[in-house]
Every structure is written in structure tokens, then in C-alpha cells.
Design a protein around this ligand. Structure first.
Ligand SMILES: [Zn+2]
Length: 293
């Protein structure tokens, strides 16, 4: 799980376009270089939202962010989704920025993630690690001229270059993290950002997998209801693994969680082409999710 956000792209990733393309809506029918499935593709889709232009109306050529920048500078494409130093090179070669990560703040982030079990061990190493990052961020803010050469030493870059790089980046201290994560009662804005990233990833995975899910396994906390089982079966999912049964959930919630009393096993047996159906995996822990806290 993520325990801290370190920084986010705040203009460091951008859509650059030729002079006759004034905004994202003008990209209809144009060629755009980007990396399919990567973060710059996601940024591009965010930029197209609300323009009325569908991604299908744009001719996308997939390549790395660096190659996209180079292709744009070479005049091979109308627009590119790229990063530095290509944004600067593009703007010096007749291009201009029509959308950037500065318009979707706190979304393209770098985070510190640890395994839940390690966190539960009670070690204060993680707290110390985050405190050290916080100290570094505070030094960067209070004494930037002292911090740039130190950072540059590790990035093999001049203090001047470091200053330029940080211009398109938003660095978070501990107070920013508290605001972004929020509390258990009230989730902060980081959750909505992460949801948009997950949605993008799931849509990409669905597009890549296609409509035939032969060979795939569906994992679910509760036994699938007749509707969900049918959807999985029609998509030819090969295996369904679940935790507790619908009957157990109905009992645990006193009927508050309504479920049709049609076990997945019955559906499977009468389907004529049964899937590999496995129940009872971590059933107690799955059922606990439905118990009042
Ligand atoms: Zn269902």
C-alpha cells in the first residue's frame, strides 16, 4: 500500500502540437505520437475529455515518449505527448503546448509503497524514512540554492538544470501528504486521482484482453450472483475463485445485503459448459468485510 506521495508531474508531461493546432479539440483527424497504455496516453485521454473528440478520431502512433518528441521535432507527426527535454525542443521548433499535467494536478505521482505485512510488523523505519524525505523537502523549499547542487550530484546534472526540472514538478512534504490522503472518515483528493488512474488501467486491460476471456480467472470476495456468473460465463472466463457464499453474506447482514438464493454452483452445473469454480478461499476474511465495524 502507498504510504506517501513524493511528487507529481506539474507540467513536466505535455501534449505539444504544431502551430495550426490551437487546442486539444483541433486534434481531430491529426496524427499524434504517444505510448499506448503508458502514463502519457492517460494524460492525452484526460486532455481529450470534454472536447467532444473521441480518441478514435485521432490517428495515434505508439512509440516511447522520447521517440514521440523526436518525431515531432522532425516534423513526422502533428502532435506528440512527451516530456523534457523534448517539450523545450518542440517549443523551439515551431511547436507549442496545448495540454499538460499542470491541468490535472496531483495525478501523475510517484509514491512510496510498502507491503501491508511489513507495515503491520510495527517497525518505525517507515516513519523515519518519511520524516527524512520531509526534512529534505523542507530544505529544498527554504534553501533551494543549497539543495540544487546536492540533487544535481545524484542526477548528474547542473544546479541550473535541476532548477529547470523541478519547475515542472510538484514536491510534497508531510503536510501536503496529510491533505492529499485525508483521514479514514474523509478521503483526500489522492483517492479520486488514483481512481482515475485505475479506471484508465482497467479500460486498457479490457481493450487488450478483448471479449473472449478464455484462460482468465475472476477473483471475487463473494460468490458471484446469477447475473455476474452469467456475465463471466458468457465472456468465457475459465475460472472463478470466491471467498464466502451469498448465503453467508445474507445471514451476516441480517438480510440487508439482498442476494438471490441461486448458488453459483447450480448455475455452473446447469450451464452445459462449466467453468472451474472454486469457493471458500479466505472465506472468513471476505465475510468480515460485510460485518459492521
Ligand atoms: Zn452480481
Amino acid at each position: 500500500m502507498a504510504i506517501a506521495l513524493v511528487d507529481s508531474s506539474n507540467g513536466a508531461d505535455a501534449v505539444v502540437a504544431k502551430g495550426n493546432i490551437a487546442c486539444m479539440a483541433d486534434l481531430k483527424g491529426k496524427t499524434v505520437a504517444l505510448t499506448l497504455g503508458e502514463v502519457n496516453h492517460m494524460l492525452f485521454l484526460f486532455g481529450l475529455e470534454k472536447t467532444g473528440v473521441s480518441p478514435a478520431d485521432v490517428k495515434i502512433t505508439s512509440m516511447s515518449a522520447d521517440d514521440a518528441g523526436a518525431a515531432f521535432v522532425a516534423g513526422k507527426v502533428d502532435a506528440a505527448v512527451t516530456w523534457e527535454p523534448w517539450i523545450t525542443k518542440a517549443t523551439k521548433n515551431g511547436g507549442h503546448v496545448i495540454f499538460s499535467s499542470a491541468s490535472v494536478p496531483d495525478t501523475i505521482t510517484n509514491s512510496v509503497a510498502v507491503h501491508r505485512s511489513k507495515l503491520a510488523s510495527g517497525s518505525d523505519a517507515y516513519g523515519k524514512f518519511i520524516a527524512a524525505i520531509d526534512q529534505g523537502v523542507r530544505t529544498l523549499r527554504s534553501e533551494p540554492e543549497k539543495a540544487y547542487p546536492i540533487i544535481g550530484k545524484y542526477l548528474n546534472a547542473s544546479p541550473e538544470d535541476v532548477k529547470g526540472m523541478l519547475g515542472g514538478d510538484k514536491i510534497y512534504d508531510l503536510a501536503d501528504n496529510k491533505q492529499l490522503f485525508g483521514t479514514a472518515e474523509k478521503a483526500g483528493p489522492a483517492f479520486a486521482s488514483m481512481k482515475s488512474v485505475v479506471d484508465f488501467t482497467v479500460r486498457r486491460a479490457c481493450a487488450a484482453a478483448g471479449p473472449d476471456l478464455t484462460g482468465y480467472t475472476l477473483y471475487t470476495t463473494v460468490e458471484p450472483c446469477p447475473m455476474c456468473f452469467t456475465a463471466a460465463w458468457l465472456a468465457r472466463v475459465s475460472r472463478v475463485v470466491f471467498g464466502c457464499t451469498m448465503q453467508e453474506v445474507t445471514a451476516a447482514t441480517g438480510g440487508a445485503q439482498r442476494e438471490l438464493a441461486v448458488p453459483a454452483r447450480w448455475m455452473n452445473e446447469s450451464s452445459g459448459a462449466p467453468v472451474d469454480l472454486v469457493g471458500g478461499v479466505l472465506a472468513d476474511r471476505c465475510l468480515a468485510l460485510f460485518s459492521p465495524a
